[in-house]
Design a protein around this ligand. Sequence first.
Ligand SMILES: Nc1ncnc2c1ncn2[C@@H]1O[C@H](COP(=O)(O)OP(=O)(O)OP(=O)(O)O)[C@@H](O)[C@H]1O
Length: 597
Amino acid sequence: MAQLLDFAGGRKPLTYVGLAISAISQLLGFVPYVCIWLVARDLIEVAPNWQAAQGIAAYGWWAIGGAIASIAAYFLALMCTHLAAFRAASNMRKQTTEHLMRLPLGYFDAHATGELRRVIDGCAASTESLLAHVLPDAAGSIAMVVGMLALLFAFDWRLGLACLVPVVISICCLMTMMSGKGMEFMKSYMGALVRMNETGTEYVRGIPVVKVFQQTVYSFKAFHDAIADYARMAQDYAGTFCRKPQVFQLSVLNGLVVFLLPVAFILAPGEADFPRFVADFAFYAIFSAVIPTAMAKLMFMSEASQMAGDSLGRVRAILEAKPLETPANPQPIEGGDVRFEYVSFAYEGTETNALDDVSFEVPAVTTLALVGPSGGGKSTCASLVPRFWDATAGRVLVGGVDVRDADPHELMDKIAFVFQTNRLFSGTLEENVRAAKPDATREQVLAALRAAQCDDIVAKLPQGVDTRLGAGGAYLSGGEVQRVALARAILKAAPIVVLDEATAFADPENEALIQRAFAKLAENRTLIMIAHRLSTVVGADQIVVLDQGRVAERGTHAELVEAGGLYASMWADYEQAASWKIAGAQTEAPAMKGGEA
Ligand SMILES: Nc1ncnc2c1ncn2[C@@H]1O[C@H](COP(=O)(O)OP(=O)(O)OP(=O)(O)O)[C@@H](O)[C@H]1O
């Protein structure tokens, strides 16, 4: 709770004020009950001469006044706690979002954006309801229990004791449900709930695959099992474990008057002031109705605090993620060369190195192609240049400076990264390109689009560059999206470009355009390209072949083919596949000219 309240910052005291007012509000809520008792007492004293009862109306007004004051105080309490809760939730969202901005980009590979969104938004919302509603209610309930105990003993301690018995039984029942085996149940129950949510998300994401392969719902066994597991857990907890204590608890609380009657019968004959005794009994009989409400509120409190504890844990996990270390005295990056010196890297939680003792140098304004078998370490290698991750051993130098000694903003300015799966956000085509350089003029955006061979895209869109893309707007094909991403990189005008070339968009027309865009991008820039198709690397100044995280070979295309190693065999496979393609195309369409094939 203390950790949670820290998020409220300057509004933290408002929570305490709110809790105090909520407690006062509950105590004011007793006033009508006391007034009813006073009325009953006065009436019983003068019975049957009812007219003789004085001050009945005054008690009525006091009761109304007490009830209104209690409600008004409750509103005031909620206003205070809401102000603090909103601040705590908004600070929690701000702090986690700000912290995310300082985390290495690789963090977002390991943590899905959906999961992060749920933590930032969902968890803040769940703590908000705890601070705004549950906590003041709990303060009220505690005041109610304390006040109740005082009142119970103030009127007639023997009847008070009779009221207390079911309360104690009820607390014992609650404790049985909430401690020991009950807590274990709750933990497994929460775990089953989380698993069901996770597998549910996986299931929804996989629906296209299920449809394509004509699988039934049950083909998603994990989701089905998680639902069954959750259902079993919920049934076990509610139906088997909680049934007895819950039934017992509710019965004793709601049948409180049953405990009063025998005590009243035993005590009544010996009472000197019988009318007073009857009035006291009436008070307890009416007042006992308050007790189950107070207990129910305390029950909600424990459930909500368990949920908030879980949420806080998830938020803390984000806040404790190690941010990118920034140097106290950053060194300026001069030049566009990139150098890997004995670089090794292992992903968090893995034992084998994804990169092992990798060294190479890319002089400024040259092109380096990273090739090799799948899983060889190409993407990992490229992602160390813009510091998506930091090397575990060795160092990566950009412009002669270790990337860890450079100002992260300057590093980002110097490097443009084109991902394999590029994302366009909801906005116009112009806005999407301008994202790379917010102060670019319209002419510069258009020039970048032209250089990235996007003229056909602009021409086909109904409002040209002003057409909205994404949800509710126009959609672009994969190859077209890649060219728009290249336009972004061209507009950014960074001296170094890291390019993860996509394999999926290889139709001949798009490929030719993408190749031309690559050529434009490489003009006057250092280009590090992850190549999945060997056709794109032939002209590279240098090719590094990565296999199982190690540099297997290095050289130009001609040198590597000559060397007859891994690259030569990959090239031979590539040529063979290409000749199959041509042969296949000629068989299918004998009239097609060789060049078109
Ligand atoms: N986020 C990650 N967490 C743990 N291991 C990872 C992660 N990303 C990649 N790896 C592992 O690191 C190794 C290198 O992967 P990497 O993606 O760099 O290879 P690649 O050569 O780019 O492969 P591909 O050509 O298939 O894209 C692989 O063994 C892979 O399983």
